[in-house]
Design a binder for this molecule. Structure first.
Ligand code: PLP
Length: 436
């Protein structure tokens, strides 16, 4: 019944070697395939919606570098901008025209931020936004939500402790409990928990940070009313609201979830798509807040490679395409017809799987047919996803190697390619529902 596995000789050899160089053989943990089991594929090249591994296997890629590649691999305009810019040198550590160009392109289209600052990763954007919120308000504590990921910032590698309104406990060795205590962790989609937290601690809460579209731990779409009330409560209690749009920014709409939902945060963070596949992050806010950032203000933040011209050029080329008419509508409708084919099959055959999606983000939810909004509702048994992952690898489809991760559709994933992918996924579901 199961097809022969694909050839992995070269990937396996490279992995054996890489284990001598890097912890777990990788430079970011999820890449090690620990979650789905087996060993990672080493990728050699990508083009459009496809990637090829070192053994020459070809895949339809739904990982898309974990989100940045909304135009797929090697988009012509992005590629040409990188090459053209690189001809003048890779980095100067002095201002360049490219930074102005990317900033003005973004600021013209996202009305709720007056100024921004470029950094080199989503983690750095979040870390800086939190420091800015603390510097601006003069308060120490921050609120985060259980199930949201904000990069590997110390203050945010924190889990809920026990009790209703909870001080966090660190979720990584190396984060002192004294740091974690400055972070309050609340359940998503629960306005009562938020209100009671504010009533008790607002005197020392600088900000609330949320992924308005939580997409790093499943896809936990929030009630819009929750986000609206969150905004209102933050204003009422004079607490800054940070939207971490590293994954949703330029993904569900040019202006991210803020634009999609019509809800305005005080500070926003971007990453992933903003760099066109090169390392860029950014944080932005109104002038009154951004004037606290050095050298204008007292909140220190810097970066040797910040605003790197090659990365700025890649980001600008990508965002220009994103800003074209109907770009997001087309992506969303393609994604929706892809997921609904699979979902119809699951419904007809009583399979407890549903592809949840928003815009061009989708998630394999093995949680029956109910929409879930809170992280502890996720079925912790990932065995179905893991089997599916291996089946799909053997059949030419690459998903991020963890059932907690979402997939991404790029503008290069044509309807034809998406149909092929849907058929293969349905074939996989058939195999596994027969073998239960
Ligand atoms: C990916 C991500 C980050 C971290 O960005 P890096 O570039 O990996 O440091 C932070 N927040 C969210 C919402 C993300 O999706």
């Amino acid at each position: 019944m199961f097809q022969e596995g694909i050839k992995r000789t070269n990937s396996n050899e490279l992995y054996e070697e890489s284990k001598n160089y890097f912890p777990g053989g990788v430079n970011s943990p999820v890449r090690a395939f620990k979650s789905v089991g087996g060993t990672p594929l080493f990728i050699k090249k990508g083009d459009g919606p496809y990637i090829w591994d070192e053994d020459g296997n070809k895949f339809i890629d739904f990982c898309c570098s974990w989100g940045p590649l909304i135009l797929g691999h090697n988009d012509t305009n992005v590629f040409n901008s990188i090459v053209e810019t690189l001809q003048n040198g890779a980095s100067f550590g002095a201002p360049t025209r490219k930074e102005n160009e990317l900033a003005s392109f973004i600021l013209e289209r996202i009305p709720f931020i007056d100024k921004l600052r470029f950094v080199s990763s989503g983690t750095e954007a979040v870390m800086s936004a939190i420091r800015l919120a603390r510097g601006y308000t003069g308060k120490n504590k921050i609120v985060k939500f259980d199930g949201c990921y904000h990069g590997h910032v110390d203050a945010l590698l924190v889990n809920a402790g026990s009790g209703l309104v909870t001080f966090g406990t660190s979720s990584s060795a190396g984060v002192p409990d004294s740091f974690a205590k400055e972070t309050l962790v609340l359940p998503l989609n629960d306005i009562h928990a938020l209100r009671s937290c504010f009533e008790n601690y607002s005197h020392d809460i600088s900000c609330v940070i949320i992924e308005p579209i939580p997409a790093n731990n499943g896809l936990l779409l929030q009630d819009k009313s929750f986000l609206t009330e969150l905004r209102a409560l933050c204003s009422e209690f004079k607490i800054l609201l940070i939207f971490d749009e590293v994954i949703s920014g330029f993904r569900v709409a040019f202006g991210g979830a803020a634009e999609l939902y019509g809800i305005t945060p005080d500070i926003v963070t971007y990453g992933k798509i903003i760099g066109g596949g090169l390392p860029v992050g950014a944080y932005g806010a109104k002038k009154e807040i951004m004037q606290f950032v050095s050298p204008d203000g007292p909140v220190y933040q810097a970066g040797t490679l910040s605003g790197n011209p090659v990365a700025m050029a890649a980001g600008l080329a990508q965002l220009k395409r994103c800003a074209e008419d109907n770009f997001y509508q087309e992506l969303e409708s393609k994604t929706r017809s892809f997921t609904s084919k699979i979902n119809s099959f699951c419904l007809e055959n009583d399979v407890p799987l549903e592809l949840i999606s928003i815009g061009s983000i989708f998630w394999f939810s093995f949680n029956g047919k109910k929409r879930i909004t809170v992280s502890n509702q996720i079925n912790p048994d990932m065995s179905s996803f893991n089997k599916m992952h291996h089946f799909l690898l053997n059949n030419g489809i690459y998903l991020g190697p963890s059932g907690y991760e979402v997939g991404f559709v790029s503008d290069k994933h044509s309807e034809l390619i998406l149909n092929t992918a849907a058929e293969k996924i349905i074939a996989g579901i058939r195999v596994f529902s027969e073998h239960k």
